[in-house]
Design a protein around this ligand. Structure first.
Ligand SMILES: N[C@@H](CCC[C@H](N)C(=O)O)C(=O)O
Length: 289
């Protein structure tokens, strides 16, 4: 019989799935080994990542944002590594806060390692997040998978992305394929790699290999990086035209709509779904420590 249980929920955004662990006072010890155990699809609950829900004031990395955002999304990849930002995760995080009655419907702010993000949510509708500006450093990168290489665009959405336009999404390989990139110095902390094809005017499709999680069925920051990279490739820059540019991005797990504004801000709209809740056996979890 276990001595205590830790509440959790499971949710996804365009099938990028997360274990959600509410811990308002930041009382839980969640080293990488514990996160990896929880995200393990056979030995644990399973997820592409973990959303640790903490009051900003209670977390050393977020206390300086507490006045702007009551809640901090302490995001972890499936291997337990830390990332600056997760676009699908922040929508699911906001949905959890709404369902738990911790925020009102409508607009809220969420603290992340990538700064404070403004979120707009309706009770059962899509969620829109103001993701901030995309940064395109211009450094040349190459991505390689299964012996094929492409030039890629380096795009930061707070976390790093390499966006490669390919002829066929099948070129991104299969589950055994591990893309690589170069030169290594461009991404000292690793990178998320997106493979993109055109579907129509301002409409693309992508697959993604995420840093710390492997191939996932969606990546919100990746879709933003892809939309901005596709716009620049198409000669579209809202800062120059003065008009917003909207791209539809299809992913294996669903569709995200990305709009870049003349001030450089990027909005992402998509679903956020809670699918289950339960309790983690703390004795089992302790075996991962
Ligand atoms: N799936 C996320 C991105 C999660 C972080 C990424 N793996 C990284 O290490 O930067 C999204 O929806 O943005």
């Amino acid at each position: 019989m276990s001595t205590s249980q830790i509440p959790f929920l499971k949710g996804h955004g365009t099938e990028n799935d997360f274990v959600i662990v509410p811990d308002p006072d930041n009382a839980l010890d969640l080293p990488a080994s514990v996160v990896a155990r929880l995200c393990d699809r056979r030995a644990g609950i399973g997820g592409d990542g973990l959303l640790h829900v903490v009051r900003s004031a209670a977390h050393p990395e977020a206390s300086d944002m507490a006045e702007q955002a009551e809640w901090f999304m302490d995001y972890r990849n499936a291997d337990g590594s830390i990332a600056e930002m997760c676009g699908n995760g922040v929508r699911v995080f906001a949905r959890y806060l709404q369902r738990a009655g911790l925020v009102d419907d409508g607009d809220l702010a969420v603290a992340t390692r990538g700064g404070v993000k403004r979120v707009h949510l309706a009770k059962d509708g899509d969620v829109t997040v103001s993701m901030g500006r995309a940064v395109l450093p211009g450094s040349g990168v190459t991505v390689t998978v299964d012996g094929r290489s492409w030039d890629a665009r380096n795009v930061s959405m707070g976390n790093p992305h390499a966006v490669a336009f390919v002829e066929d999404l099948a070129h991104a390989g299969d589950l055994r394929s591990v893309p690589s990139f170069g030169p290594a110095s461009v991404y000292p902390d690793g990178v998320n790699i997106e493979f993109v094809v055109d579907r129509g005017p301002r409409h693309v499709a992508m697959r993604v290999h995420e840093r710390g999680s492997g191939e996932t069925r969606s990546c919100g920051t990746g879709a933003c990086a892809v939309a901005v990279a596709a716009a620049r490739r198409d000669g579209v820059d809202p800062a120059e035209t003065g008009s917003p540019a909207t791209y539809t991005v299809d992913l294996p797990g669903g569709t995200l709509v990305i709009t870049e504004y003349p001030d450089g801000g990027v909005d992402m709209t998509g679903p956020a779904v809670l699918v289950a809740e339960g309790a983690i056996d703390s004795d089992w979890l302790a075996t991962a420590l």
